[in-house]
Design a protein around this ligand. Structure first.
Ligand code: MN
Length: 489
C-alpha cells in the first residue's frame, strides 16, 4: 500500500484575512503530519490545500478524481466555509469522502478567548455548514466527530480508510470463473453486468479445458519448489505424496492463468472437472492464504468479496476465508454453527499448524482423493458477510459471530472446521439471516468489523443489513420492507 494516499482538504474562506488563513494552513499541516504517524493507519494521510473559493473546491476534487494514488478525501472546516462554494466540486466527486468534524484545540482557553480566537476556531459551526451540503447533495459519505488526537477518532478514521481501500480494490477487480455455477443453485447466481456497474468487477469464464492444458505445461521442478513451501507451512499427514503433488500442479497452473489475466479471485465447481483428477483443495486453500479470493460452486460474488475483505484487512493479523454454514448444534445452552466446506477453507483462520490429508470425496467428478488442509478455527470475534442479488439491486448482509474453541474433536471430519456462536443467538440469528435472504456461502473475517463493511456498502451504494446482538425480527422485517420501497428504482 506504499503509494496509496488519502487527501486532507480543509475548508475556509477569505473573510478573516490572510493571517487567519496562514494559521489554518499551518495547523492543517501539523494535524496531517501527526495523523500520518498513527500506527494503525493503512495508507498515507496527506494535507493538500485550504479551500477558500468554489474554484479551489472544484480544482482539488477534480485532481482527487484523476489521481490514481488518491483513494479518498477527508474534509474539515477549521473556520466557516460557506457550503455553496462546495456544490460544484462535490457534484463531481468520484472517490470516497469522509467528513472529519474536529477542532484544533481540545479545550476552551479561559483567559485567552476573545473574538479573534472565535473567528479562527469555529469548526463547531463550520462543520455544520459543511455537513448540510453533504446531506443536501445526498452523497453517501462518512462523518467522524471527535478530537483529532483522540485514539478512538484515529481508529475510526483508519477503519474507514480500510473500507476505501476495499472500494478501490473492487473497482479494478477481475474474477476468473473455471466453468459455470453449480446447476440449479439460486443464491450463487446474479447479474454480472449490474455487479460491474455497481462494484467494478469484471467477471468472466475460462474453460476447464484451458486449465487442463495449462496443467500439462507445468514442470517437475516447479512442483518440487511448491512442495517445499507446503512442507514449510504445513504437516504432511499422508503417504500419498503423488496426490499432494497433483494439488501443487493444479495450483501452479491456476496461478499462471490468474496472473496472465490479472485476476485476483476465482471460482470452480466440482460438477466441472473435465480432465482433472481432483477438485482443487489444498491448491485453493494455499492460493487464498496468498490473498486470492475464492468461492465454491461457481460463486463469483463470494469469491470477489473474499479477496476484497482480505485486501481491506491486510496486516490486521486475524484471518479471512470463504465459508459455508454446514450444520448446527441445537442443544440448549450449547448452540453452535459449524462452518466448513468440502475442502476450501483458508488457513489464515487456523488455530494450529494445518495438516495435509487425503480423503475420498464422494461428491463431484473426483477420480482420486483430493489433498486438503485440515485444521480448527482460532477463537475470537468475527463477522460473516453475504452478498445477494435481489433483482435490480444488491444486498450485503453482515452478522456478528464469535468463533469458539470447539468442544468436539470430530476425528472423522476430513475438512477444516470453524465452530461459532451467532448473535443475537443461533436460533434468532439464523432466523434473521434466512428472513434477509442471506446465502449459505459467506466471507468469514476475524478482522473486518460491521462498520467497515457498512462503509464499504455505502461507498458501493448498495443495501446493507446488519444482524447484531440487538437485532429483532420485527425490526428487521420493518427494515426490509422499507428497503423494498427505498431501492425500488
Ligand atoms: Mn458450497
Amino acid at each position: 500500500m506504499a503509494k496509496q494516499e488519502f487527501w486532507f482538504i480543509v475548508g475556509s474562506q477569505h473573510l478573516y484575512g490572510e493571517a487567519v488563513l496562514k494559521t489554518v494552513e499551518k495547523r492543517a499541516q501539523e494535524m496531517a503530519k501527526m495523523i500520518n504517524t498513527y500506527r494503525e493507519l493503512p495508507a498515507h494521510f496527506v494535507f493538500k490545500t485550504v479551500v477558500k473559493t468554489s474554484d479551489d473546491a472544484t480544482k482539488i476534487i477534480k485532481e482527487a478524481n484523476y489521481d490514481d494514488n488518491c483513494l479518498g478525501i477527508v474534509t474539515w472546516c477549521h473556520t466557516f466555509s460557506p457550503s455553496k462554494m462546495w456544490i460544484n466540486g462535490l457534484k463531481l466527486l468520484q472517490k470516497p469522502w469522509c467528513h472529519l468534524a474536529t477542532q484544533y484545540n481540545q479545550e476552551i482557553p479561559n483567559q485567552e478567548i476573545d473574538m479573534d480566537f472565535m473567528n479562527l476556531n469555529q469548526a463547531a459551526h463550520g462543520d455544520r455548514e459543511h455537513g448540510f451540503i453533504g446531506a443536501r447533495l445526498r452523497i453517501n459519505h462518512k462523518v467522524i466527530m471527535g478530537y483529532w488526537k483522540d485514539k478512538n477518532v484515529l481508529h475510526e478514521l483508519s477503519h474507514w480508510m480500510r473500507s476505501a481501500i476495499g472500494y478501490h480494490e473492487s473497482s479494478q477487480l477481475r474474477v476468473m470463473r473455471f466453468g459455470d455455477n453449480m446447476r440449479n443453485v439460486a443464491v450463487t447466481e446474479g447479474d454480472k453486468v449490474e455487479a460491474q456497474i455497481k462494484l467494478g468487477w469484471e467477471v468472466n469464464t475460462w474453460a476447464v479445458g484451458d486449465l487442463v492444458k495449462e496443467m500439462k505445461k507445468v514442470k517437475k521442478n516447479e512442483i518440487d519448489a511448491l512442495m517445499k513451501i507446503y512442507q514449510h507451512n504445513y504437516d504432511i499427514k499422508t503417504k500419498h505424496l503423488d496426490l499432494v503433488r497433483y494439488q501443487a500442479l493444479e495450483e501452479i497452473a491456476m496461478k499462471k492463468m490468474l496472473e496472465r489475466e490479472h485476476c485476483l479471485a476465482f471460482t470452480n465447481t466440482f460438477e466441472d472437472l473435465y480432465g482433472m483428477e481432483q477438485l482443487p483443495g489444498l491448491a485453493t486453500q494455499h492460493l487464498m492464504s496468498l490473498g486470492y479470493g475464492y468461492g465454491g460452486e461457481g460463486d463469483w460474488k463470494v469469491s470477489a468479496l473474499t479477496h476484497i475483505i482480505k485486501k481491506m484487512t491486510e496486516g490486521m493479523g486475524g484471518g479471512t476465508s470463504f465459508m459455508e454454514d454446514y450444520t448446527y448444534n441445537l442443544v440448549k445452552g450449547k448452540e453452535f454453527s459449524l462452518g466448513a466446506h468440502m475442502l476450501e477453507v483458508c488457513p489464515s483462520l487456523a488455530s494450529q499448524r494445518p495438516r495435509i490429508e487425503t480423503h475420498h470425496l464422494g461428491i463431484g467428478m473426483n477420480q482420486k482423493d483430493p489433498a486438503r488442509l485440515v485444521f480448527a478455527g482460532k477463537p475470537g470475534k468475527a463477522t460473516v458477510t453475504s452478498l445477494i442479488d435481489m433483482g435490480g439491486r444488491l444486498r450485503m448482509i453482515v452478522q456478528d459471530i464469535e468463533v469458539v474453541k470447539s468442544p468436539y474433536s470430530m476425528p472423522n471430519l476430513p475438512t477444516a472446521r470453524v465452530l461459532w456462536k451467532a448473535y443475537p443467538s443461533l436460533q434468532e440469528g439464523a432466523k434473521l439471516w434466512i428472513m434477509a435472504g442471506g446465502a449459505h456461502h459467506t466471507v468469514l473475517s476475524m478482522d473486518a468489523t460491521p462498520t467497515m463493511l457498512k462503509d464499504l456498502a455505502s461507498m458501493w451504494g448498495i443495501e446493507f443489513v446488519h444482524i447484531s446482538k440487538d437485532t429483532t425480527a420485527s425490526q428487521l422485517k420493518a427494515e426490509l420492507d422499507l428497503y423494498d420501497l427505498a431501492w425500488r428504482r
